[in-house]
Design a protein around this ligand. Structure first.
Ligand SMILES: [Zn+2]
Length: 177
C-alpha cells in the first residue's frame, strides 16, 4: 500500500481545505493550541480501501517549520468495499489509532474529537472522499510500490491471489512521503 499526503501533492489547497482545530484552553487531556489534521491516501488503483490516514500535527507557533505529530489514525467510510480490507475492517474499530505510529498520551482524546467531527460535519466527511478520488486521479498507479526493505519486493509472487493474501497479512503497513 502506497500512501501519499494530499496537501503535499496539492499544496494549493492547504489554505482552504486543511481541517484544523484550535483549543484556546485545551480540551480534557488535549493541551491548548492548534491541531492540523493532515490527510494521507492510498494511491494503489488495485486497492479500493476508501480509507484516509489522518496525521495530527501540533505546531508550537504559526511559523513552526516542523510541527510534531501527536496522533495518527486510520478511517474508512466504506468498510465493506474492498476484499483485502474487509476482514481487517471487521476486526478493527473504525477509526482506530494506527499501531505503526507513536501516539501521544492524549491521542485517544484527539481520536474521539475527530470521530465526532467527521460524524457531525457531513461537508468534511464528503471532502475526505473527494480528496481520495482527486489524489488517485492525479497520482494513482496500478503498479505495486514495494517499500525499500519489504522482503517481498525481492520475491514478488506472480499470482494475483497470492499478492493479495500477502497484502492482507500486513494491512497496516504503508509508507508516507
Ligand atoms: Zn487502498
Amino acid at each position: 500500500m502506497s500512501v501519499v499526503g494530499y496537501f503535499e501533492a496539492i499544496p494549493q489547497k492547504t489554505g482552504t481545505e486543511l481541517r484544523n482545530a484550535i483549543f484556546p484552553d485545551g480540551c480534557g487531556n488535549i493541551p491548548a493550541g492548534v491541531f492540523l489534521f493532515m490527510e494521507y491516501f492510498c494511491t494503489d488503483l488495485n486497492c479500493n480501501c476508501q480509507r484516509v490516514i489522518i496525521k495530527v500535527l501540533h505546531p508550537k507557533s504559526e511559523s513552526d517549520p516542523h510541527p510534531p505529530d501527536v496522533a495518527t489514525f486510520s478511517y474508512t467510510w466504506s468498510p465493506g468495499e474492498d476484499d483485502v480490507w474487509r476482514k481487517t475492517n471487521a476486526e478493527c474499530s473504525n477509526p482506530f489509532l494506527d499501531p505503526f505510529h507513536k501516539q501521544s498520551s492524549y491521542a485517544p482524546d484527539l481520536l474521539e474529537f475527530w470521530t465526532d467531527m467527521v460524524e457531525r460535519d457531513k461537508g468534511y466527511a464528503q471532502r475526505l472522499k473527494t480528496h481520495y478520488r482527486e489524489l488517485r486521479e492525479k497520482l494513482g498507479t496500478s503498479e505495486r510500490h514495494a517499500p525499500a526493505f519489504d522482503p517481498s519486493s525481492f520475491d514478488v509472487p506472480a499470482n494475483r491471489a497470492e499478492r493479495r493474501r500477502l497484502r492482507k497479512s500486513r494491512p497496516g503497513k504503508y509508507s508516507v512521503r
